[in-house]
Ligand binder design. Structure first.
Ligand SMILES: *[C@@H]1O[C@H](CO)[C@@H](O)[C@H](O)[C@H]1NC(C)=O
Ligand SMILES: *[C@@H]1O[C@H](CO)[C@@H](O)[C@H](O)[C@H]1NC(C)=O
Ligand SMILES: *[C@@H]1O[C@H](CO)[C@@H](O)[C@H](O)[C@H]1NC(C)=O
Ligand SMILES: *[C@@H]1O[C@H](CO)[C@@H](O)[C@H](O)[C@H]1NC(C)=O
Length: 211
């Protein structure tokens, strides 16, 4: 309880501080934001991947003015983070026409930490639909984009550019647990699958830290 409250108090201060610092130095705190996750972070990939969906219609986007493909009536935490560090709202990676030099968002509504293949191996095929948008897939998308990002990175080169980029990983896990709970029940999910999900998230975090 205390940790949760602390987070709520600290995050706005942190963002406010970053905002002030960026304005003071006239230099953005981060050069870009790269985001991975599920519906808590998706800014439009799912509707590009899956076509006509409820997220294209009201009440989604109602307080924003129009639906944006977000699973929200307005903005998401990742949007406020971007605003807080004076960067544009992070464009969805699957919107190929975008300029990703200030960030790309790989998050997809419904995304899981574990790959599709793992669920099939475990005979878990519900709840449908199962999409090819796992953490591993999102990290592969990032690898696909990297040559172009690095090619465009100016002075300081790629390492410097990525070193001064913000990587946001999460939320992940909720959609994995939903699938396991439906197919295997509570006991087997907690005993057998929670550690597997946690390992996958930790491995994904390792990979993004190495960038
Ligand atoms: C992409 O955005 C960056 C940063 O705003 C800008 O410097 C660059 O010229 C843009 N590239 C294209 C092709 O528009
Ligand atoms: C890199 O620059 C090219 C040409 O300006 C542009 O088309 C491309 O979208 C840029 N790549 C990224 C990842 O922003
Ligand atoms: C999945 O189902 C097949 C066929 O019924 C069975 O042979 C296999 O042991 C099952 N695997 C798991 C992990 O439950
Ligand atoms: C999932 O997407 C990845 C990355 O785009 C691709 O390499 C892979 O072949 C896809 N897998 C399936 C099962 O469609």
């Amino acid at each position: 309880m205390r940790a949760a409250v602390l987070l709520l108090v600290v995050l706005p201060c942190l963002l406010h501080g970053a905002d002030a610092a960026a304005r003071w130095t006239k230099k953005p705190l981060f050069q870009a934001i790269f985001s991975f996750g599920d519906s808590y972070a998706d800014t439009g990939n799912y509707v590009i991947l899956e076509g006509d969906r409820p997220f294209n219609y009201s009440p989604y986007g109602e307080s924003f003015g129009r639906p944006t493909g977000r699973a929200s009536d307005g903005l998401l935490v990742i949007d406020y983070v971007a605003k807080g560090v004076d960067l544009p709202l992070v464009p969805p990676y699957l919107d190929k026409g975008q300029n990703f030099s200030e960030g790309a968002n790989f998050a997809v509504i419904g995304a899981r930490a574990l790959d599709q293949a793992y669920f099939l191996e475990q005979n878990v095929s519900s709840p449908a639909p199962m999409m090819n948008s796992s953490l591993g897939v999102q990290l592969r998308w990032f690898e696909e984009l990297k040559p172009s990002l690095c090619n465009n990175a100016t002075k300081g080169g790629c390492r410097d550019y990525l070193g001064r980029s913000l990587f946001v990983l999460g939320e992940f896990g909720g959609n994995d647990y939903l699938a396991f709970l439906a197919a295997k029940g509570v006991e087997q999910t907690t005993r057998a699958y929670v550690p597997v999900v946690i390992d996958a998230i930790a491995a994904g975090a390792e990979v993004s830290i190495q960038n």
